[in-house]
Structure formats: C-alpha cells, structure tokens
Design a protein around this ligand. Sequence first.
Ligand SMILES: Cc1cc2nc3c(=O)[nH]c(=O)nc-3n(C[C@H](O)[C@H](O)[C@H](O)COP(=O)(O)O)c2cc1C
Length: 375
Amino acid sequence: MADLSTVFTGIRFENPFLLASAPPAESESNILRAYEAGWGGVVTKTIGLHPVTNVTGPKTKFLRADFEGSRLSMTKRPDTTLMASWNWELISDKPLDWWVPRLQAIKKAWPNRVLVASIMAGSGTDKELHNWQILTQAVQDAGVDAIELNFSCPHMDRVDMGSNVGKDPVLCSVSTQAVKAVARVPVWVKLTPATADIVEEATATFLGGADAISSSNTFPALPLFDPATLDFEVNVDGYVSSGGLGGPAILPQSLAKMAQLTQAFPDGELSGIGGISGFDQALSYFLLGCGTVQVATAAMLDHAIGPNVIAALTRGMTEFLERNAVRGWTSLADFRGLRRGRVVPHSQIGRPDDSGYHGGYDEETEGYAVEVAAR
Ligand SMILES: Cc1cc2nc3c(=O)[nH]c(=O)nc-3n(C[C@H](O)[C@H](O)[C@H](O)COP(=O)(O)O)c2cc1C
C-alpha cells in the first residue's frame, strides 16, 4: 500500500508537499483552504517585526513564451506557456500581532497538519539578533510546528537582511544561533541560491544549529524591455529593481543547488523548492535526497492555493509508488536520495575513447606543473 506520509526534522507529515512562503500562505483563510485541499504543510508568508511598504502597482507578474518560442513577454495573450514568475514583493505587510492569533486559530482548526512560520529580522546588531528571538518565541508560543528563517529574499535594501544574510556565512551562523538559543521547535533555514558555493553558507548554518535547509528562493532577475515603449515590462515611473525569478525556468538551476547540498550533507534534512507543479518535478528533488518539497508559483496560478496542484502531486506519488511496488517500495524513504551519487565531475563522464581526455590537463605535465616538477 502506498504511504505518502513522511517524517522530516522529527515532524510527521501526511504527505511531503508544502505550500512555500509566498502569497498562497499569507492569510488565515488561504492556509485553511490549503489544508482542506490536501497540502501536507504550509510555510507562512515571511513575518517580520517592522512594517513594510510594497512598490506601487503589480508585485508579481508571469513571463510566458509563445508556443513557437519566438516571444517571451509578461503581456497576457493566448497560446502561451508559463516560463516563470517574477516578483519584487517584500515580506508580509501584516505585523506580528496580526499573525499570532491567526496562527493559533489555524493550529486549533488543523492540529495534525504542519504549520511552519517563516520569519525575518535584521542581523547587524545584538538588538536585531534579539528581534529574531522575539519572533521565534511569539510564533512558537502560538503553536507552530517549525520555524523557517528567511535568509533569502532577493530584494531587501538592508545589508543585514534577506539574501544579504544568506550571502554571508558569519551572519548565517550567528542568526541561526540566536534563534536556536530560544527555539523549542525545529529550525529550518531558507538560503539564497545567489552565492558562488551554497555549501559554504549551508555549512555555517548547520554549524549554527539549523535542523534543515530549504532551497531555493527566487533567483535575482530583471523583467524584459517592451520593444514598443522601450520600458521594462514592469516598472514604476520607468524604473525597476532586481526582483526574483520562480517557476519552471528555475527548476534546473535549483536542482543544481540542491545536488550540491545533498552531496555535501547526505544525512542532512533538505527541503527542495523551485519550479514544481507536478510529481515528476518533485521526484527530481526526492531522488537527489530531499525529504520534503515546497511550491509557490504553480499554486499562485491555481485558485490561489493550488488545489489541482496538490491533487496532482499526491496522485502522482501514489501512482509512482504503485508502479514501483514490485521493487518493494511503499514510501518516500524507499527512493529518497537514490540518485544522489549520479552528479560527478565532468571528467568522470564516459567518453568514446577514454585515452583522449584528462580533465583538461595534458597527460604530460605542463605550465605551472612543469615549473614545480623542475624544482
Ligand atoms: C510573489 C512571491 C512572493 C514570495 N514571498 C516570499 C516570502 O515572503 N518569503 C520567502 O521565503 N519566499 C518567498 N517567495 C519565494 C517562494 O517561496 C519560492 O522559494 C520561490 O518562488 C521558488 O518556488 P516556485 O518556483 O515554486 O515559485 C516568494 C515567491 C513569490 C513568487
């Protein structure tokens, strides 16, 4: 019998599919609808201590390709397919006091579904680090099952917030430690993909005490120019700022980041995010070693909270397990990480004649190596 349930950071999930921190998870009514639709868990829209004010006009747009692929544009038109979401939305514009009673009510209504609070504060001073602790204590007292630290929002102005934390291993470590000092629930950390080697920030984060790492948040991106107006397709008074790309376009890039993480931390708890709309895509993250996956863009485009997306995910996983019952597989544990070892250096990829390629080096010593050899 197919069993979709799983345990991640010690928490039991009815299924490994979560709504990611984004507009689908920014109100009590949405989160309740998400549980009704069957999501195993929900990560709230990121909660902060200070009020935020979003830009004028649309905060999120969707980039679509014509079927023949000759035009990419955010303009709504028929016969197109979704390529990506682009957003420059900030964290929740609702204060902590607004969230706390709502988190309590959600947990009361659905005690067995997993509720994760995404939180964010600054990291530049002891006072700011204390703000992480205020947020942590408030959301865990409200009853959430876990906390996800947002070290990854790509459009924060402050140098000690969002992805600016995720780009700095020291800030990653101290902010995680500050939260862990008061946390009674598992602490997940959502890292930015916008760094040279995500393993460095992940190492610092795990050393700081994190129980899990989530990846990826959106990738830094600009909208395209409109060839008629010569303005960006999204702009305010002609100006734009770097926003974040999500959806199908980032799936391969996000998998590459996740492959680095699952190889560096084969026993680590990792939550895969980026470009998931059906089970085949979730499967790629599971085969690399992820224990849960999260969805934002696809859910936004499906009745705001993704009822058809979660139905497709659970149906797809059930059918996958049934197809593989002959191998004795009954749950995620049976295939999680099965293909982790299949990403290798280029030189280890098979070649028609293995005498001809030596990883970019000549068989005989050359360059610097010659000088060293001559000493
Ligand atoms: C409009 C929008 C708002 C988002 N807001 C947040 C946020 O507040 N906190 C956060 O951690 N991630 C946020 N994200 C990132 C998503 O949680 C997710 O990491 C990203 O969109 C990649 O997943 P996807 O390809 O399924 O969209 C947001 C994404 C979108 C599209």
